[in-house]
Design a protein around this ligand. Structure first.
Ligand SMILES: Nc1nc2c(c(=O)[nH]1)N[C@H]1C(S)=C(S)[C@@H](COP(=O)(O)O)O[C@H]1N2
Ligand SMILES: [Mo]
Length: 190
């Protein structure tokens, strides 16, 4: 087992890679799949799967913490760093957050500053292989410093916004900041 300092409070380490999502796994067709960036950007982006694969590729190694209590360490994610794709779309000065929209209707959002960190990646490979459909094939976001409901699977669109929108789980009581180290699991209840 690994030193405790890498496991956030009340989390337990798992060796397998659980699958967790709501709804059905969307079908992927490389011919019709596309990826869009829109909203508060100077250069909206529209890429095919083939074009996406030609973007500069990076490798990150990071830990994955689900709010239900499991943590998987040392995942090797390969894909395009969020900040590399952001450079291409040239955000407007008023862009402070990004909504992440997925096939199947799931969505979440994060402050732009957090997404620009070194380990935030739009990943298409995990531990050397293209993603399994259940883990987000063809493309998912990985945001290691946040609970994994921010790591959206089946990503199709990023919308840059002035203020941070409220995502699927966030609208149902989960924290919009989602910091595993402070057990920031639940938003303020009314
Ligand atoms: N599109 C989509 N992405 C999602 C979810 C979802 O329901 N739909 N669930 C999130 C949650 S709560 C977790 S823990 C992780 C799980 O990722 P995994 O199934 O690859 O382990 O996906 C996240 N991304
Ligand atoms: Mo989760």
């Amino acid at each position: 087992m690994v030193e405790k300092s890498r496991i956030p409070p009340a989390q337990r380490q798992v060796q397998d890679f659980p699958v967790l999502h709501i709804g059905d796994i969307p079908k992927f067709d490389a011919k019709t799949w596309d990826f869009r960036i829109e909203g508060a950007v100077k250069n909206p982006l529209h890429l095919s799967w083939e074009e996406f694969l030609k973007l500069p590729k990076s490798l990150t190694i990071s830990d994955f913490h689900c709010v239900t209590g499991w943590t998987r360490l040392d995942n090797r994610w390969e894909g395009v760093l969020f900040r590399d794709v952001t450079r291409l779309c040239n955000p407007k000065p008023e862009a402070h957050a990004v909504s992440v929209l997925c096939d199947g209707g799931y969505y979440t959002s994060l402050p732009l500053s957090g997404l620009m960190q070194d380990d935030v990646i739009l990943a298409y490979q995990w531990n050397g292989l293209f993603l399994e459909p259940s883990h987000g094939k063809p493309l998912r976001l990985v945001v290691p410093p946040k609970y994994a409901y921010k790591s959206a699977k089946w990503v199709r669109k990023l919308r840059f916004t002035k203020i941070q929108e409220i995502g699927y789980w966030e609208a149902r009581g989960y924290s919009n900041t989602a910091d595993p180290w402070t057990e920031d699991r639940y938003g303020l209840q009314t």
